[in-house]
Design a protein around this ligand. Structure first.
Ligand SMILES: NC(=O)c1ccc[n+]([C@@H]2O[C@H](COP(=O)([O-])OP(=O)(O)OC[C@H]3O[C@@H](n4cnc5c(N)ncnc54)[C@H](O)[C@@H]3O)[C@@H](O)[C@H]2O)c1
Ligand SMILES: [Zn+2]
Length: 364
């Protein structure tokens, strides 16, 4: 088991990562200072996989949870679903003090976190992430949000959880594509800050892809620690440090927007393509060597992450990039690797170069 603390300006809280350690959750809730009635926000798929176990452990530990299920789709991150969740929380008023347990992937976590931030101007919540992406990324850092028809995550709040409790045993039920998608964010963490993590990912590839608990937990904990450190130092993205977490996301987000978040490309796959593209830009600009670029591409290949987006129009990706630029006061921020374990952030990448790289990596 690995435990560390997120030291954000607004709150300090523990991240606990282990394998088959759910029986520790009841005491961890108490240690986090929680009391009252836990409201588990989840979806039917996650509940089928682990709900009975979670409920049993909580009851045995003296908690009396209430379960509130939302549909298993990105559309649950909507104002309508948020409204339904808040209304259902209000209906539980007779249960005394409430706190939320977000039990699921990033969708459940983002929605439940925002509901916690808003209900009665803020009630405590706990993240119990069940996807690899959520365990290394979305459950940590307090970004909560729902989507609007115009775009993703447009309505949200920075609201830190009281506790993040990850059990890598949940991940056994994830489809391989979801696992690879989460591992793209782990690879990202290696590139931006941790050459040792990058080397571990290369060395233990077979064991990690086979789902062996020890190496999987090791890389999850290392990536989660990086996320925790970065958001601890720059909770609200004011110093610019948090921006390094966006390595691979400039083009990655544009690919997702160009495919209308259809799921044709998962978030991690889009980020993998974005990391390849950003590294190609870095090499063309002379920021990194060809050997750095080759090492990253080889590792992404080894984790079966795509080399290019297929069936996506390059001009749609360019249009999404230019929309992003408009929203950001005329500047895109490119996170470019200088070597494995270090990146720089720059707005200055010639657009002809971007266009050339987009055409290499995005195939209609
Ligand atoms: N808040 C942040 O900082 C942040 C960061 C990155 C991404 N996000 C958000 O996270 C969301 C994506 O999260 P995600 O990739 O976890 O997707 P998700 O929550 O949709 O989960 C993916 C699928 O896996 C299922 N699932 C969950 N746990 C499972 C398990 N243990 N076994 C089998 N299936 C399981 C889910 O029901 C769903 O069908 C996006 O909305 C994105 O915007 C937020
Ligand atoms: Zn991401």
């Amino acid at each position: 088991m690995v435990t560390f603390t997120v030291r954000a300006a607004s709150r300090r809280y523990p991240v606990i990562i282990g394998h088959r350690h759910l029986d520790r959750l009841p005491q961890s809730l108490r240690d986090a200072g929680l009391d009252g009635t836990p409201v588990i926000i989840t979806n039917p798929r996650v509940w089928r996989l682990g709900g009975a176990g979670l409920q049993r452990v909580l009851r045995r530990g003296g908690w009396a949870p209430v379960v509130l299920s939302v549909p298993d789709t990105e559309h649950s991150k909507s104002l309508a679903e948020l409204g339904r969740v808040l209304t259902r929380l209000a209906a539980l008023d007779g249960h005394g003090r409430l706190f939320i347990i977000a039990f699921g992937g990033g969708v459940v976590g983002d929605l439940a976190g925002l509901a916690a931030a808003l209900y009665r101007r803020g009630i405590p919540y706990v993240q119990v992430p069940t996807t690899l992406l959520a365990q290394v990324d979305s459950a940590i850092g307090g970004k909560t949000a729902v989507d609007l028809p115009r775009g993703k995550n447009l309505v949200g709040a920075f609201y830190q959880p009281w506790l993040v409790f990850s059990d890598t045993a949940w991940l056994a039920g994830l489809p391989p594509r979801q696992v690879a998608s989460g591992l793209a964010e782990v690879i990202k963490c290696g590139v931006i800050q941790d050459p040792g993590l990058f080397a571990l990912l290369a060395r233990e590839r077979a064991a990690i892809l086979a789902g062996r608990p020890a190496p999987l937990q090791a890389v999850i904990a290392r990536a989660a620690r990086i996320k925790a450190r970065v958001v601890g130092a720059d909770e609200r993205e004011t110093t610019g440090l948090r921006m390094i977490l966006n390595f691979g996301h400039t083009i990655g987000h544009a690919v997702e927007a160009a495919t209308h978040y259809s799921g044709r490309c998962t978030h991690g796959e889009a980020v993998a393509i974005g990391m390849r593209a950003a590294t190609a830009l870095a090499r063309r600009l002379g920021c990194c060597t060809r050997s750095t670029e080759d090492r990253l591409n080889d590792l992404l290949d080894a984790y079966r992450l795509p080399a290019a987006a297929r069936g996506v129009r390059p001009d749609a990706v360019m249009a999404a990039l230019s929309h992003d630029k408009k929203v950001r006061q005329g500047r895109l921020h490119w996170v470019l690797p200088t070597r494995i374990g270090h990146v720089l952030v720059t707005p200055d990448v010639p657009s002809a170069m971007v266009q050339a790289v987009v055409h290499e990596r995005i195939r209609p």
